[in-house]
Design a protein around this ligand. Structure first.
Ligand code: FES
Ligand code: MG
Length: 581
């Protein structure tokens, strides 16, 4: 908590006053409706009304504990003199939403922005954590720009199975491959499944959830240390009530997201993400979030920072051993950021009212193997590399830190499939002509073509090769992959094939070169041949004729632009005013 509030707001200048205090019929009616909910005038008069945007749903195990955590938040808000109002919002359970939770990220962001806009709200607590929920909540609150704190759900407990630790996603993929290879003696799949899911909370590998909650904290939008606390640790309850108390102070201080989310804050977030061997999804979300905040962050910023910052968080899948629970007890994000000091802008303000420099001053590391010193990293630089070339003129991404080294520079023949079902139909066939030197290309899985860029980019290795012991090969697509995935997968190829990007023109047997050190991806055909194929190309039919899918397909931006809707970007069209009636 801040020692001394820098008061900028008075009860008369609260946003909610416009709904409740005016001497007109509408305000009279609003007050009557507040009473209908059982509130007395003293409960709202002169007090900030705090919306708790809760993404709890019975179908989302990552947020199951939010049902109870919301009471901790309310307790904090009440203690600080605010009025808490819980408002549920769409819950996106990454592992179950088909075809892709990214399809709904912008939908949720619009829901959050408009909920906060249309009700008498002075500040917001944003409760999320499962992959897309985190950026969605931030995108919405940032666009409305009212004081907000993000509460991360926290990682679930470490998975356990027969004396081994299990990581969500990462070990599910691994044991499934063992099963496909016929090596079932050491693995009982159903026990593995139960062993992974031991508690509520987000995936406890360094997947998209852990990456995004760390990023939000590094930007300054969560309380110090919040993102590392395991979901079921009682520290998590205390963090929630702290956030409740603090958001009320933030309203009086008028500490809005635009004062926190500046370009330097986003650069800090990229530093932290790179040092954690982050999910490739982080790139898409960070670009979208930064642009909503008016900061022009692009792939070049990731490439520049990734070249400097080593991976020092030894967490799967980039790391070999540890999971988020180990990370928390090793010092968590504050310990990590303390080690990253040379790369960080320390003067950035956070929701706590303190600067990043002040917050991380006391950050300690208690286990040098989990959070490595800068001079003993698990990967020296470039966790994520941005590759460009005639196959991806606007960029593509590879998680070099989780790829087999031998594929980081590789030339091989392409084996091309027009979509995922086409590959799935033959992937188990013994007759498939494929070697581990082939480069598997699956296309039409991008933002428009997928649609929603499903996480199919870690294309399964053909079963024939798995049986031979092959566990990695080069794959190229315009899809994404789960942050818990691994392997030599070139993702996010932009422009995507569905809109006529060069990936649409590759043919089986073409030679393709990937060179991560040189940051290159190249289709070995002449420019004339490329033009000839382009002229003959026919766009696949549209997938949606109506509804949200239609709107999505018509307004989604490419991966290198963050996959935001064009009309949600800052500066699009005329400014939206506050409701005036
Ligand atoms: Fe929810 Fe992984 S599925 S965080
Ligand atoms: Mg995921």
């Amino acid at each position: 908590m801040t020692d001394q509030l820098k008061i900028k707001k008075s009860p008369d200048t609260l946003r909610s006053k416009r709904w409740l205090k005016n001497n007109d019929f509408r305000s009279f009616n609003h007050r009557s409706r507040m009473m209908q909910m059982g509130f007395s005038q003293e409960e709202w008069d002169g007090r900030p009304i705090i919306a708790i945007i809760n993404t709890y749903a019975e179908i989302n195990p990552c947020h199951h504990h939010f049902k109870y955590r919301v009471d901790d938040v309310k307790r904090g808000i009440n203690q600080a003199g605010g009025l808490p109002i819980e408002i549920p919002a769409m819950s996106l359970f990454e592992a179950m939403v088909k075809p892709s939770a990214l399809l709904y990220r912008n939908f949720l962001s619009m829901e959050v922005e408009e909920l906060l806009r249309c009700y008498p709200i002075d500040g917001a607590i944003l409760m999320g954590g499962c992959d897309k929920t985190t950026p969605a909540l931030l995108l919405g609150a940032t666009s409305l720009n009212i004081p907000s704190i993000f509460i991360p759900a926290g990682p679930m407990l470490t998975g356990r199975y027969q004396g081994k630790t299990l990581g969500s996603g990462t070990d599910a993929f691994k044991y499934w491959d063992d099963y496909r290879a016929g090596d079932c003696s050491a693995c009982d799949l159903e026990k593995v499944a139960g062993g992974i899911g031991r508690s509520p909370g987000t995936c406890m590998t360094m997947g998209t959830a852990s990456t995004m909650t760390a990023i939000v904290e590094a930007i300054g939008m969560s309380l110090p240390g919040a993102s590392s606390i395991p979901a079921v640790d009682t520290n998590h309850s205390r963090m929630c009530s702290d956030a409740g108390r603090r958001i009320v102070e933030m309203v009086w201080e008028d500490l809005t997201p635009d004062k926190i989310q500046q370009r330097k804050a986003y650069e800090n977030a990229i530093v932290v993400a790179m040092s954690m061997g982050c999910s490739t999804n982080a790139i898409i979300h960070l670009i979208a979030m930064a642009r909503r905040a008016g900061c022009d962050i692009g792939l070049d910023d990731f490439e520049r920072i990734s070249r400097e910052v080593p991976v020092i968080a030894n967490i799967r899948p980039s790391g070999k051993e540890y999971l988020m629970e180990d990370f928390y007890y090793a010092g968590g994000i504050l310990g990590l950021m303390n080690r990253l000091k040379p790369f960080l802008h320390l003067d950035q303000i956070t929701v706590s009212g303190k600067t990043i420099g002040e917050i991380i001053e006391g950050g300690e590391v208690y286990n040098d193997d989990v959070i490595r010193p800068l001079d003993n990293p698990i990967y020296k630089e470039g966790a994520l590399a941005v590759l460009k070339g005639n196959l991806a003129p606007n960029g593509s991404v590879i998680k070099a830190s989780a790829s087999s080294e031998k594929f980081l520079k590789h030339t091989g023949p392409a084996l091309v499939f027009d979509d995922y079902p086409a590959y799935k139909a033959v992937m188990d066939s013994d007759d498939l002509e494929v070697t581990e030197d082939h480069i598997l290309i699956v296309r039409n899985m991008g933002p428009k073509g997928g649609p929603g860029m499903p996480e199919w980019g870690m294309v399964p290795i053909p079963t024939k090769l798995v049986k031979q012991g092959v566990r990695d090969m080069l794959r190229i697509s315009d899809a994404r992959m789960s942050g818990t995935s691994y392997g030599a997968c070139v993702l996010h190829v932009s422009p995507e094939s569905y809109v006529g990007g060069p990936l649409a023109f590759v043919q089986t047997g073409d030679m393709v070169t990937v060179d991560v050190e040189a940051r290159k991806i190249h289709l070995e055909i002449s420019d004339e041949e490329m033009e000839r194929r382009k002229a003959a190309w026919v766009q696949p039919p549209a997938r949606f004729e109506r509804g949200f899918g239609w709107m999505y397909s018509n307004h989604i931006l490419q991966a290198d632009e963050g996959c935001d809707f064009d009309f949600l970007q800052k500066g699009f069209g005329a400014p939206i005013g506050e409701p005036d009636i």
